[in-house]
Design a protein around this ligand. Structure first.
Ligand SMILES: [Zn+2]
Ligand SMILES: [Zn+2]
Length: 421
């Protein structure tokens, strides 16, 4: 029987890879201008890392993680997000002792066992940026600014910014109390999941996708009304710096993000072109996480961008960088093929794209293949040419052909292919 891939876990075929590479290269270029360095973290972690960081009673940990015991009985999880791992690595390698290690980004696949739908898969890809040990509102504004600059560079249309403050433990206490009271009053109208959340983690009711709950949440008390003075002035600072950078924003008091660890400024970049799930990227501050995971008490903020959704939003007409010249070797007959085989390797070593025919097909068939490969030039080498000590170079665009002596042909080709752009 045919073995197929796993539902919701997709291949990215060569025709699509160009877009992915382009998005990644734009991220690398822009993030590095902002002082971010790449960190590569493993796909597998101990389950407790995510349980402790994301929160035991979040949907991710309760329902969506790929968790399994390895052969020694150690519980492992395929990472459902990147932040916890970056924080773990920062702590483990004591990077806080090195003042040049503050801003990180990472790009790669994450895994969540959700119902697959367009733009949302069980293996999905994220670009993550994280900043540690800096808590000035300027840093929040700058991280948001970098996200928007990145989306603009990719020409993502109609992006708007929503921000909120999730406060601190001090202001959460009175808020939690009044939220719990409100939920108590409407508890009979809540879905069964939210009945339970009401007692375990009431804030998670804001994530519920069930319609009656969504309605009730709209009338629930919001954290923004309970901010302590410190959180209030911090949020004012972030807004001021955003304005100074010319960034417009909407304050969305109902935006809570799906993870437990956020505090103070959170944000989402939204676009109307994604249907119901309209966030293309988002994040926020998570000052307590480092300490929760056993590290030093250092502040942190960051964001994640869903690459699948980003790719859906890319302009179809986007021109992925034009290739340089591409040479196809059309060799006729055994002897010519042997010579061509050698030329091909010599040119490749000098950084030229070369493809050739290995099956001794007719010239016509070889020319067709050259065309399909987008060859800009074809070098034709047959017995007649070989006898004359030449090969024929055809420019596929102009159809001009000329003979080139075999003696010194590699240097000659190099010169022509590098210049004739
Ligand atoms: Zn506060
Ligand atoms: Zn609900």
């Amino acid at each position: 029987m045919l073995i197929t891939g796993i539902k919701g876990i997709n291949d990215i075929l060569p025709d699509d890879v160009g877009k992915w590479q382009w998005v990644e290269s734009v991220a690398r270029r822009i993030f590095s201008n902002f002082g971010f360095q790449e960190i590569r973290i493993p796909l597998l972690e101990k389950t407790e890392l995510f349980a402790r960081s994301i929160g035991e009673s979040t949907d991710i940990v309760e329902k969506e993680m790929y968790t399994f015991p390895d052969r020694n009985g150690q519980l492992l999880t395929l990472r459902p997000e990147a932040t916890a791992s970056v924080v773990r690595a920062f702590i483990q390698h004591r990077l806080h002792l090195n003042p040049t290690m503050r801003k990180f980004y990472t790009i790669g696949p994450m895994f969540r066992h959700e119902r697959p739908q367009k733009g949302r898969y069980r293996q999905f890809h994220q670009i993550n940026a994280e900043v540690f040990a800096m808590d000035d509102p300027m840093v929040d504004a700058e991280v948001i600014y970098m996200l928007l600059v990145f989306l603009e560079e990719l020409n993502i249309p109609d992006v708007t910014l929503h921000i909120n403050s999730m406060g601190c433990p001090d202001c959460r206490q009175p808020f939690r109390k009044s939220l719990t009271e409100y939920l108590g009053r409407v508890s009979d109208k809540l879905c069964s999941d939210c009945q339970r959340r009401r007692l375990t983690n009431p804030l998670r009711i804001f994530d519920c996708k069930v319609e009656p709950c969504k309605q009730l949440v709209r009338e629930a008390p919001v954290l923004l009304d309970y901010l302590c003075n410190d959180c209030l002035s911090n949020f004012e600072g972030v807004k001021e710096h955003l304005t100074s950078l010319g960034i417009g924003y909407t304050i969305d008091p109902h935006m809570v993000r799906g993870l437990d660890y956020y505090n103070r400024t959170t944000f989402e970049a939204l676009t109307p072109h994604l249907g119901a799930q309209n966030a293309v990227g988002g994040g926020g501050r998570y000052d307590g996480l480092m300490e929760t995971l056993g590290g030093p008490d250092l502040p942190a903020t960051g964001f994640a961008i869903g690459m699948e959704r980003l790719i859906l939003l890319l302009d179809e007409k986007i021109e992925i960088e034009k290739d340089s010249n591409r040479l196809f070797l059309a060799c006729l007959g055994n002897e010519c093929q042997k010579r061509g085989f050698q030329f091909a390797q010599q040119l490749r070593l000098r950084n030229i794209f070369v493809e050739m025919d290995y099956e001794s097909r007719s010239l016509k068939a070889q020319m067709r293949r050259a065309d399909k490969l987008g060859a800009t030039h074809v070098l034709i080498l047959g017995d007649d040419e070989l006898a004359k000590g030449v090969a024929t170079l055809r420019n596929m665009e102009t159809s001009v052909q000329e003979d080139i002596p075999l003696e010194g042909i590699v240097e000659e080709l190099l010169q022509r292919l590098r210049s004739a752009m």
